[in-house]
Design a protein around this ligand. Structure first.
Ligand code: NAD
Length: 373
């Protein structure tokens, strides 16, 4: 029964699932060097652990060597500190907006996931957010060019963009395909994130076209699950925090905006597929097409799941956020078309919202405290 499962067993199952889904693609990582910039974050949690999981049962000579760069602006997570003993992992405190260390090896694969993703925190650090997506990305692309000129070309670069580059899509553009150009404010409180991601994509496309660099772009749609710390201020950890604190669930909107929530293990499979199989200079929506549910419906489902799993007896209440910009430019609907990733990469998300919420809530039960950063 899931309610009896430990967080550790949930993670193990997810890592097995990821490695199994990627058994063909992961062959290309064996014996290679992988750089994950921003690897201490939510997506880093499974990106790093999935690569290390691949090493289990693999001869040392074929191990993936993982290097993580992070400036830890969102804190130093315990899970990463605990992995420090792993001989295939090197963790380097580095701000990607600063020149890269001089003594770096040549990397085979590079992932740029270094950008604050939580709206509350990117509004708190808007300049750092823009810099990471523009100057930081530029430094990575330049390093990859230098590597190629020195005879060690990189095999794949993944830039994490976002579904937010679409802004608040017009109704006829929902579900949203990669060809939609977006409806985005360039000056609003979310613009530091949305617009720097848009420029980041433009940089990637032009480096791919001009220099034939193997840069690929993922546009994530609302991932959730283990690794997204409870203090992150995104919607699901906020709800989980209320549940585990024994309080009513507080909804900070009228509950009407809709989203499709993609469980992290499915999304990670998609990201590695984009990294390894994606076409140069192309962007791919990674998420799930259904169900598109309102935030009110999500809250209701969290109440149901928590009552089933933990005997939770709370209800959903509405409140205004203390943050005045909390809802400004918040998209009213977000739902992807994923046919491009499905057809080109074989991406096929499998974990439904009921199972995903159960897994996430059980993980939060053992991870109900985290640094406020
Ligand atoms: N999680 C999602 O659902 C989602 C949705 C859309 C886009 N994305 C994108 O995916 C990427 C990863 O998202 P996440 O959810 O893991 O974000 P996160 O905020 O949890 O983690 C980001 C990590 O990047 C690090 N970082 C930030 N600026 C840095 C810098 N200048 N130098 C080095 N490290 C830096 C942070 O310390 C943190 O560890 C981001 O680019 C984000 O915009 C994620």
């Amino acid at each position: 029964m899931l309610s009896e499962k430990s967080a550790e067993s949930i993670i193990c199952e997810d890592l097995d699932f990821i490695c199994d889904e990627l058994r063909d693609e992961f062959v290309q990582l064996l014996g290679k060097k992988l750089l994950i910039v921003g690897g201490a974050g939510f997506l880093g949690y499974y990106l790093v652990q999935a690569a290390l999981h691949l090493n289990e049962g693999t001869p040392d000579s074929k191990s993936v060597e993982v290097t993580v760069f992070d400036n830890f602006i969102r804190g130093v997570p315990d899970w990463l500190t605990q992995l420090e003993v792993n001989p295939s992992l090197q963790i380097i405190r580095h701000d990607i907006t600063q020149p890269l260390p001089a003594d770096l090896p040549a990397f085979d694969f590079v992932i740029h996931a270094a950008s604050i993703a939580s709206p509350t925190y990117y509004r708190k650090f808007p300049i750092q957010t823009m810099d990471a997506n523009v100057s930081g990305l530029r430094l990575i692309l330049d390093y990859c060019l230098k590597q190629r000129d020195e005879g060690s070309p990189v095999s794949g670069i993944l830039y994490f963009s976002t579904s937010e580059i679409y802004g608040d899509p017009t109704p006829e553009n929902i579900p949203t395909s990669e060809t939609y150009r977006g409806n985005v404010s360039c000056t609003g409180p979310r613009a530091c994130y949305d617009e720097s991601k848009r420029y980041g994509e433009t940089l990637c496309v032009n480096f791919a076209q001009q220099f034939d660099l193997p840069v690929r772009i993922a546009r994530p749609f609302n991932n959730y699950g283990p690794g997204l710390k409870i203090t992150d201020k995104r919607v699901l950890p906020d709800f989980a925090r209320d549940v585990l604190g024994g309080r009513d669930i507080v909804m900070l909107s009228d509950g009407s905006p809709t989203r499709t929530f993609c469980y992290i293990a499915d999304a990670i499979v998609g990201y590695f597929k984009v990294l390894i199989l994606g076409r140069n200079g192309e962007s791919y929506n990674i998420g799930t097409e259904r169900p598109e549910i309102s935030i009110a419906e999500l809250a209701k489902r969290v109440v149901e799941a928590s009552s089933r799993l933990f005997g939770y007896e709370g209800k959903v209440v509405k409140q205004n956020s203390q943050e005045s910009d909390y809802l400004v430019d918040n998209p009213s609907r977000r739902c992807p078309l994923i046919s491009k990733a499905r057809e080109e990469l074989g991406f096929d998300p499998k974990i439904g919202i009921v199972e995903g919420l159960d897994r996430a809530l059980c993980w939060y039960r053992e991870n109900s405290e985290a640094e406020e950063a």
